[in-house]
Design a protein around this ligand. Structure first.
Ligand SMILES: Cc1cc2nc3c(=O)[nH]c(=O)nc-3n(C[C@H](O)[C@H](O)[C@H](O)COP(=O)(O)OP(=O)(O)OC[C@H]3O[C@@H](n4cnc5c(N)ncnc54)[C@H](O)[C@@H]3O)c2cc1C
Length: 278
């Protein structure tokens, strides 16, 4: 069994890292505890980071929505700070598991687990999220578009701690469509997020159809008429970007068909300003 440590300051956390050897961070534990139990990982220590002051809170700061790494999905769903285009985060969060789990699970934990099917990843990518990190030597910002590098692999260095995730407060409309096998809680067979800015910018992101969540952001700016005209071309681009596998959740053919359907529905809703078909 790994040693459990529970620092209350960043200085204490970094001091403990030096003493404990191979250490994994624990937030809600809804991925980490499963991986420990199943023997997928066997660290010397588990560091509970939930009490660190730098990881708390949701706030708007200089036109950025900032969400601390210890913030749970239910706190995000309930927060009045998460507004405008960023309400897409609430929509995607509401599809993740069930309310009990969302009371523990964090958005940053979902990103750091780096699953190709992570529900928050497509929403966070189209909203142009970036992670702020801390290490004993300092810290940095990592754009989410550069963060996912493989199945369960990300761009963090060993022991680099994410303190928060930030999103530009963007005006526009976001949509997340998730296909799962059952109506209850289940991981995504396919997830597609779209964001259409009031300036005509369009970004799409695909989950569970490649080794990492994918961001498609090379569409330029499009008015609603042009968006409608280019719908089939954009759908074809999304379908050709998807490189899914067949597994217990869905065949690769089904996944590609759902990418097409969801992308069509999202573009239609953006172009016409109507409700998306779910
Ligand atoms: C029953 C069940 C249903 C689920 N359903 C879904 C679902 O529908 N959709 C979905 O996407 N996921 C689902 N999950 C997966 C999981 O709940 C999410 O990925 C969750 O958001 C992980 O957050 P956490 O706070 O629990 O992370 P943890 O388990 O604590 O950590 C996850 C990973 O991130 C690392 N980490 C955590 N915080 C930091 C930090 N601050 N800095 C650096 N690294 C960090 C940990 O070391 C670990 O590797 C489900 C899990 C269960 C058990």
């Amino acid at each position: 069994m790994p040693t459990y440590v529970h620092p209350t300051t960043l200085a204490e956390a970094f001091e403990l890292l030096g003493q404990e050897g191979d250490t994994r961070y624990l937030a809600g534990g809804t991925d980490l505890i499963v991986q420990l139990r199943d023997g997928m990982i066997a660290p010397a220590a588990v560091m509970d980071v939930k009490a660190l002051p730098e990881l708390q809170g949701i706030e708007i700061n200089n036109e950025y929505l900032e969400i601390g790494a210890a913030v749970t999905f239910n706190e995000i769903i309930a927060s009045s700070c998460v507004g405008d285009g960023c309400t897409l985060l609430k929509e995607a969060a509401s599809t993740l598991a069930n309310s009990l789990l969302r009371n523990r699970a964090t958005l940053v934990g979902n990103l750091c687990n780096a699953s190709p099917g992570a529900d928050i990843a497509p929403a966070a990518l189209v909203l142009q999220g970036a992670l702020t990190t801390a290490t004993p030597e300092g810290g940095r910002e990592i754009a989410l578009k550069d963060f996912f590098v493989g199945v369960k692999k990300h761009a963090l260095d060993a022991n680099e701690l994410v303190t928060k995730v930030r999103f530009p407060v963007s005006k526009g409309r976001g949509i997340y469509l998730k296909k799962r096998r059952i109506r209850g809680h289940d991981l995504a067979q396919v997830g597609v997020a779209g964001f259409y800015g009031i300036d005509g910018s369009l970004r799409l992101s695909l989950g569970a159809v490649a080794i990492t969540p994918l961001l498609l952001d090379g569409f330029g700016t499009l008015g609603p008429d042009e968006l409608a005209r280019r719908r089939d071309e954009i759908v074809a681009e999304a379908a050709s970007a998807a490189k899914p596998i067949s597994d217990v959740r869905a065949s690769k053919e089904y996944r590609i068909a759902m990418v097409k359907l969801f992308t069509e529905r999202i573009i239609d809703a953006f172009a016409t300003g109507t409700e998306v078909q779910r």
